[in-house]
Design a protein around this ligand. Structure first.
Ligand SMILES: [Zn+2]
Length: 308
């Protein structure tokens, strides 16, 4: 069954005003039963009189809203705006720029930029909890600097140090999900480390013959030989990863004009999250639900965002 998209009218029904938006979010986060985020308990919760959308947990005596301990905490923005921002970020094929989002929501670009950074952060958390399996294609790409090319030029791989390029490592499970993350360099130890956390030991990995991959241990490993213009093993190619780079670069070139290599990792997360949720025929509104279920706060502050 193809994924259902939601009409503007449908969106208005869900997020037409703050009360509707809060009700929707409470249903998604708490299955309708307010749960104290301070102690994870849903007993003895009362509505706080005189404070909109606020609850009080009698047992721990703390107050909370559906925003507490999520990426929305500490933000004065209505939940309605957050949800619409997430919807736009999840459904725009190329992502949405902070400038465009600021216009859509009638907020400053500084605020919309902050929202997008936080949304990207939960994309990362949402995608971090699973491991790729089966046949996994792996490749890396170099972004920034004068050129914006894949590693077709092998010489570049060994000379990353002063090039000013950022490296993104991509992994694609054939017929399954994708992951992408920024890595410091394409050395054997950096690649080994990146793979361990994201690919199951039982998987078969497919890479090119870059020496950084040659020393990968712990996996069945098929290597494609590009320089000899043939494949050592016909099934060893990592061609499927192209779609990840395509999505990533569409975003960079088309949307994120003020792209910063420092924040590449978050762009990569947003891009793969959209790919993963978009590829498996998930209805558009369910993508937003998937996002808010992961909206737990990991202490991301404005200072933390701009300082890294
Ligand atoms: Zn409590």
């Amino acid at each position: 069954m193809p994924a259902k998209t939601i009409s503007i009218m449908g969106l208005m029904d869900l997020f037409g005003d703050e009360a509707k938006s809060v009700a929707w979010l409470e249903k998604i986060r708490w299955q309708g039963k307010p749960t104290c985020p301070h102690c994870n308990n849903s007993d003895h919760i009362v509505v706080r009189k005189g404070k909109r959308f606020t609850y009080r947990h009698k047992a721990c005596r703390k107050e909370f809203t559906v925003k507490t301990k999520t990426i929305m905490r500490g933000s004065n923005l209505p939940i309605q705006r957050w949800l619409i921002a997430m919807y736009l970020a999840m459904t725009a094929r190329k992502g949405i720029s902070s400038l465009q989002l600021s216009k859509e929501l009638g907020i400053t670009q500084k605020t919309s930029w902050f929202m997008l950074q936080r949304i990207r952060e939960i994309c990362k958390q949402g995608d971090s909890g699973f491991m790729l399996k089966g046949i996994v294609e792996i490749d890396e790409t170099y972004i920034g600097g004068k050129e914006d090319n894949r590693h077709a030029n092998k010489k570049r791989k060994g000379s990353q140090g002063g090039s000013g390029k950022a490296i993104v490592l991509g992994m694609r499970e054939r017929g399954g999900s994708v992951k992408a993350m920024q890595i410091d360099n394409a050395s054997n130890s950096a690649l080994n480390k990146a793979l361990q956390g994201h690919i199951k030991r039982s998987a078969t990995i497919c890479t090119d013959e870059w020496r950084g991959y040659a020393g990968i241990s712990g996996y069945t490993h098929r290597m494609a030989n590009h320089s000899a213009k043939r494949h050592v093993d016909g099934s060893a190619h990592a061609n499927g990863i192209e779609s990840v780079w395509a999505a990533l670069k569409r975003g960079f070139c088309g949307t994120y004009h003020q792209f910063s290599a420092k924040r590449l990792d978050r762009y990569a997360n947003e891009s793969t999250f959209r790919l993963n949720k978009g590829n498996c025929a998930i209805d558009t509104i369910d993508r937003v639900s998937a996002l808010v279920r992961n909206a737990g706060d990991k202490g991301l502050t404005y200072k933390g965002l701009i300082g890294d």
